[in-house]
Ligand binder design. Structure first.
Ligand SMILES: Nc1ncnc2c1ncn2[C@@H]1O[C@H](COP(=O)(O)OP(=O)(O)OP(=O)(O)O)[C@@H](O)[C@H]1O
Ligand SMILES: [Mg+2]
Length: 512
């Protein structure tokens, strides 16, 4: 098959970082080509070079055999390269259609909105990316926002689609829908470059995979011949343990207890309906459920970010239901939020400033209201080391870090506070396999240290391998709480649909 895109010995340097240092890639017409690599390996940088957002410091890019040079994303899109970024770039206040045609509006000076809506509708039918052109982007789910991003590049007649970690932000169901779209686009002859950390996914959807390590491409192979273990080893450059051992641990006193808790959303619709649960010291309580069944609202309420409409939250024996979030943090509740860029980090702040976000008002990092720079810096350096944040530079802005490394900074900050309770929502989202292993070890270390952990994840494997007990939520309620060591995917999957297999049935000898 002919090459559609060739990247030959491409280089891109940032101060102190060789982000791309000899990258070679060829993407054939009509293939789905995956890129795998550790956090910070240079994947997003490569995609930004191909899509004209950055200019290479060396090497060349060829499109259908001809050398191209893009001075801006506009040039690249004109040549047919469409990129959907790791972090979306839509304008929430505008409608779907407005976002899609933005900068390329029909009607010239007088924007013809009706025509825009009509075109977007036609496009979404053609590519089977259904979304309401008149809906406001702010109200769309993440999965739908992603569709808008894809439509936006198709509207500009993309002939190559680049998806940077498209599934990291999707639920498993949404990911399945995206794969349908990818297959459909491929059938229409549009090659797709696709970044992912999920080895199963790469094997399921891609024809070939290129592995990057430390700014270089190390190998390209057909996915049919690549085992997950082999891919992991290629990426990391050493043997990776894909599953961590969970040591024995006896749970201690109750750290958090939630009684009959109810939470409603801004439109007064009930999201959490009478949930009761407890998390003990030295225990990981996993919360499983299809996305949108109240998990996020439950933990947001426990962290104090949203008000409750009924019930009680007790932390270390005290009623904290009405305490402001800052006070809960101070008392020992740490929180790793779902959206790292919105709630976890200040992208314009340095890593020192970001690790200090929760501590600026307290000793030892603050005295008489002044941040103690030297202490803060030393502390940050230690964290970057312990959590393998790359590059290990406390003065770098958070926004300049790769996506996975941003996530590691949040985890480092929250875990290192040695909280009595850690609430972790999708803690390993966007992390490479090696980093996931590291974070799982950190969570287990907290557990061994007698801390309580509330783990919300859409990754069933993560829930199953870490949790001591698993609470399954459906429609805002806890359907059941089951022991982690005997739980199976099937059992949890069934509970996630709201079906409760009655214990009596299991226990009855007549059923054997
Ligand atoms: N604008 C920038 N300024 C300075 N350094 C940068 C910039 N963009 C990326 N880097 C650095 O280049 C390296 C590669 O980053 P890149 O975002 O390409 O990684 P990645 O493979 O996409 O990682 P992830 O899986 O975490 O998204 C990292 O060390 C990162 O810190
Ligand atoms: Mg990236």
């Amino acid at each position: 098959m002919a090459s559609f895109l060739e990247v030959i010995d491409v280089r891109k340097y940032f101060p102190g970082v060789k982000a791309n240092d000899g990258v070679n890639l060829d993407v054939r017409a009509g293939e789905v080509h995956a890129i795998l690599g550790e956090n910070g390996a240079g994947k997003s940088t490569l995609m930004k070079l191909i899509s004209g957002l950055y200019q290479p410091d060396g090497g060349e890019i060829r499109l259908e055999g001809r050398r191209v040079q893009f001075d801006s994303p506009r040039d690249a899109i004109r040549a047919g390269i469409g990129m959907v970024h790791q972090h979306f770039m839509l304008i929430p206040a505008l409608s779907v259609a407005d976002n899609i045609v933005l900068g390329d509006e029909p009607g010239g000076i007088r924007y013809d909105r009706r025509e825009a809506v009509r075109r977007v509708r036609a496009l979404s039918e053609k590519y089977r990316l259904s979304v309401d052109p008149e809906a406001r982007v702010a109200r769309l789910s993440v999965g739908l926002q992603q569709r808008v991003e894809i439509l936006k590049v198709l509207y500009r007649r993309a002939r190559l689609l680049i998806l940077d970690e498209p599934t990291a932000v999707l639920t498993p169901q949404e990911a399945e829908e995206l794969f349908e779209v990818v297959r459909h686009l491929k059938a229409q002859g549009i090659p797709i470059l696709f970044i992912s950390h999920k080895l199963d996914e790469v094997r399921a959807i891609a024809d070939r995979v290129t592995v990057m390590r430390a700014g270089r491409t190390v190998d390209t192979l057909p996915t049919a011949d690549a085992s997950p273990q082999e891919l992991a080893n290629l990426m990391v450059g050493r043997e990776v343990v894909l599953r961590v051992e969970k040591p024995e641990q006896r749970a201690g006193d109750v750290v958090l207890s939630v009684e009959n808790l109810s939470v409603s959303d801004a439109d007064r619709r009930p999201r959490v309906r009478g949930v009761s649960l407890a998390v003990r010291a030295g225990e990981i309580l996993g919360i499983a459920g299809v996305d949108g069944n109240g998990q996020t609202e439950l933990v947001d309420a426990i962290a104090g970010l949203i008000p409750v409409s009924g019930g009680r939250i007790t932390f270390l024996g005290e009623d904290v239901t009405a305490l402001p979030p800052g006070e809960r943090t101070h008392r020992g509740i740490a929180y790793v939020p779902q959206d790292r860029q919105r709630d976890g980090l200040v992208l314009d702040f340095t890593l020192v400033e970001n690790t200090m976000l929760r501590d600026v008002a307290h000793p030892p990092f603050s005295r008489r209201g002044l941040l103690q720079h030297r202490a803060a810096r030393a502390h940050t350096e230690k964290l970057l080391e312990a959590f393998d944040v790359r590059p290990r530079d406390p003065d770098r802005k958070a926004g300049d870090l790769s996506g996975g490394n941003q996530q590691k900074v949040i985890l480092a900050r929250e875990v290192s506070r040695e909280p009595s309770l850690l609430i972790a929502v999708q803690p390993t989202r966007g992390l490479d396999v090696g980093a996931i292993e590291g974070i799982h070890r950190q969570l287990l270390r907290l557990r061994q240290a007698g801390k309580a952990i509330l783990l919300v994840s859409l990754e069933l494997d993560e829930i199953l391998s870490l949790s001591d007990r698993i609470a399954v939520m459906h429609h805002g309620q806890v359907v059941d709480i089951v022991p982690g060591d005997t739980a199976t995917r099937e059992q949890i999957g069934l509970l996630m649909t709201g079906t409760r297999s009655s214990e009596s049935e299991v226990a009855q000898p007549s059923n054997r």
